[in-house]
Design a protein around this ligand. Structure first.
Ligand SMILES: Cc1ncc(COP(=O)(O)O)c(C=O)c1O
Length: 423
């Protein structure tokens, strides 16, 4: 026994030399910004909520409630009864789920999508990374409307792909003509998120069509992230891209089961794209996850088959909250606030203060009992617009909470600025 202790001691003494701490870091990873939601969580460290004023956290666009009871029971049964749910499965996903998506999407979008044109991924973020990895490499360019979804930008940075910012114009909508002026030799794709994170806006069908046309003319991919599709206020298909029999030459659609069925922690999403692109996607997915979570895929399939009415209720609730935001925001107008975009889970605001939103956001938990993200997290560092903006992710806050949130913002003093040290 004694010799074991001696050996362990010697090893411990030697190990700093044997395993130096200064191992290399890929400069592309080092240069990428840190996960914004994690950064925002740190602003809560040491914050003591004022009596009777619990924190209103509108920082993250993720359901905090668990999936509905029926889905949790289905997950339990899958875990207990379905032996295959514990094994590796096909890289591109469960064939039944791919077929179900193909059938439902074909009906919903009025087009023809084959099961072979659907891949299942470990969430929509992975869907984006996989699609992008097949499209662009170091030195290539991808056009990203701003304000952007920060994880898109992070992935492109780490892959050495230049994100070319396309600032949204009137109504927070990107302009295809401005996008066309940005297309160059190295452009590989244009990314749209509709309904949009962070601005909430729903892109009109003809705008989406104009982007598809632009992408098609230049031989680019149009990557359309429809994570919030189920909360679109419009009835019927939000665009007609899939009605074009040649859609697969241009369109890559991304989807998430995180929001629809509250499966955030289970990690399941999808890519709808040309079969030949999915053969490239398969190589990427094989190396990063081998297959999507097997229980999660079966849960998503259960959701698609059984939770349509429940999801319709969720959508109605989100739309009611959106109306509550509109009503509760009105008095802030007189205080110099502006509502730039509203929809899906989001309100995108312009604030009236002299200080940057990046300086204000960390103060708000203590000063107002509110946690929300500054616009600087959704824009390039050299775009001053972000300093004037905040994103509110209101999906987890009921109408009473939304009213309380805007009352708190309304009461903020006009000279709101960083507190002196030690205050
Ligand atoms: C636009 C957009 N895409 C993708 C995701 C990530 O989705 P998933 O949980 O399926 O990875 C989010 C989550 O906030 C999002 O807002």
């Amino acid at each position: 026994m004694q010799w074991v202790l001696q050996w362990a001691l010697q090893f411990a003494r030697r190990s700093p030399k044997t395993f130096p701490m200064n191992t290399p870091t890929n400069p592309l990873i080092a240069a990428a910004f840190a996960p914004p939601v994690m950064e925002a969580r740190r602003w809560l460290d040491g914050v003591r909520p004022a009596p009777g004023r619990p924190l209103i956290n509108v920082s993250q666009a993720a359901p905090t409630a668990p999936p509905p009871q029926a889905l949790r029971e289905a997950i339990a049964e899958i875990a207990l009864e379905d032996a295959a749910a514990h094994l590796y499965g096909p890289v591109l996903g469960l064939p039944e789920l791919r077929a179900e998506i193909a059938e439902r999407w074909s009906a919903a979008y009025g087009g023809t999508i084959a099961a072979e044109q659907v891949a299942i991924t470990s969430g929509c973020n992975q869907a984006f990374c996989a699609a992008m990895t097949t499209l662009a490499g170091p030195g290539d360019e991808v056009i990203l409307p701003t304000p952007w979804y920060f994880n898109h930008k992070m992935h492109l940075d780490m892959a050495g792909v230049r994100a070319v910012a396309l600032p949204a114009g009137d109504g927070m909508l990107p302009d295809p003509a401005r996008a066309e002026a940005l297309v160059g030799e190295r452009t590989r794709a244009i990314v749209l998120v509709s309904p949009n994170n962070p601005a909430g806006v729903e892109y009109p069908a003809d705008l989406v069509a104009a982007f598809a046309d632009l992408a098609g003319r230049h031989g680019l991919a149009l990557v359309l992230d429809e994570t919030y599709r189920d909360f679109d206020s419009r009835d019927g298909a939000p665009h007609a891209l899939f009605a074009n029999p040649d859609w697969a030459e241009t369109v890559i659609q991304l989807y998430s089961f995180s929001k629809a069925f509250r499966l955030t922690g289970h990690r399941v999403g999808a890519i709808v794209a040309a079969e030949k692109r999915l053969r490239q996607v398969e190589k990427y997915l094989d190396t990063v996850s081998i297959c999507p979570n097997q229980i999660a895929q079966r849960a998503a399939l259960f959701g698609l088959r059984n939770l349509g009415r429940w999801l319709a209720g969720e959508r109605a609730e989100i739309l009611a909250r959106r109306t509550a935001v509109q009503a509760a925001f009105a008095p802030l107008e007189a205080r110099g606030w502006r509502l730039r975009g509203l929809g899906a889970y989001f309100a995108y605001l312009e604030h009236p203060f002299a200080a940057s939103s990046a300086a204000l956001a960390p103060l708000l938990p203590q000063r107002a009992g509110v946690l929300m993200l500054p616009g600087t997290m959704f824009r390039p560092a050299d775009d001053p617009r972000g300093e004037r903006e905040f994103r509110i992710a209101f999906a987890n806050t009921d109408s009473a909470g939304i009213a309380a949130l805007f009352r708190r913002l309304e009461k903020l003093p006009p000279d709101l600025a960083p507190l002196p040290q030690g205050a």
